[in-house]
Design a protein around this ligand. Sequence first.
Ligand code: C2E
Ligand code: CA
Ligand code: CA
Ligand code: CA
Length: 276
Amino acid sequence: AKDDGRGMHCTYEPSLHAHAEERRTLELALRKAIANDELQLNFQPVVDAKTEGVASFEALLRWNSAEHGFVSPAKFIPLAEDTRLIIPIGEWVMIEACRQAMRWPAEIRVAVNVSGEQLLEPDFAATVVKALTATGLPAHRLEIEVTESVFLRDPKTANATLEEIVALGCSVALDDFGTGYSSLGYLRNNRFSTIKVDRSFVQGAAQESPESIAIIRAVVAMAQSLEMSTTAEGVETAEEADLIRSFGCTKIQGYYFGRPMGAEEAKSLVFRTRRA
Ligand code: C2E
Ligand code: CA
Ligand code: CA
Ligand code: CA
């Protein structure tokens, strides 16, 4: 045969090499992103399922690189986690999110995504205190979003840190619920105030998947008896919003109620739609 192992080898290696090379240049650019003022936060509204008033905004990181243009979080967040750049970047996010939240009405909270790498740092709680103190944001207006994966590597440290965060007065949400290594054990300690039901279940329910519908209903029932609220993610249409409401989710997030938007737009949205 003409296509022996060597042929494969020759075509494969350069692309692997190119991939590593690309990651390396991206990493170098990301290292300079904070200093070069290339990072920004967008804010996506999370609305009360009943009143449709804005309950909170989720801060979502955006990177507009001078060299690489707009880079998707799906690409640079994993890179930042692998290189530990997520530590300084995460500190910047925490302070900037709290700073922006100070400009909103006092009943509106801000949710900040936190990676396992950040949560497992010994001084994570101190970073939170620093952001609250520097900006003056009351702790109860800050919500930390973590995914189930934070419990995989070092559940003891993760639990202890979440306890510290709750003791400060912040709330904690379990993000992307149902997509990871779900174990109900995580919920037993009652540290979470909110379960965020992953978009895949919302999409499934909209396509009349009986399994997705059953899972959402079960999660809502469980959350209710644990006195936690539920946020449905990724609601894109009025039909989906109605469906999700019929399941009893307490809050809704998704393009239907608002895409992630710049800080100024978020601020004007809350003052425009604020209910007396
Ligand atoms: P996530 O925490 O699950 O955030 C929700 C993602 O869903 C966001 O993507 C948001 O733009 C998108 N989304 C919201 N509503 C809809 C909808 O109706 N339809 C669809 N198709 N998508 C919707 P984004 O901004 O690209 O962020 C991706 C992920 O990157 C986030 O997922 C989060 O895991 C991570 N991330 C973003 N910002 C930060 C950050 O500051 N720190 C950390 N550690 N991770 C972050
Ligand atoms: Ca999130
Ligand atoms: Ca999510
Ligand atoms: Ca996610």
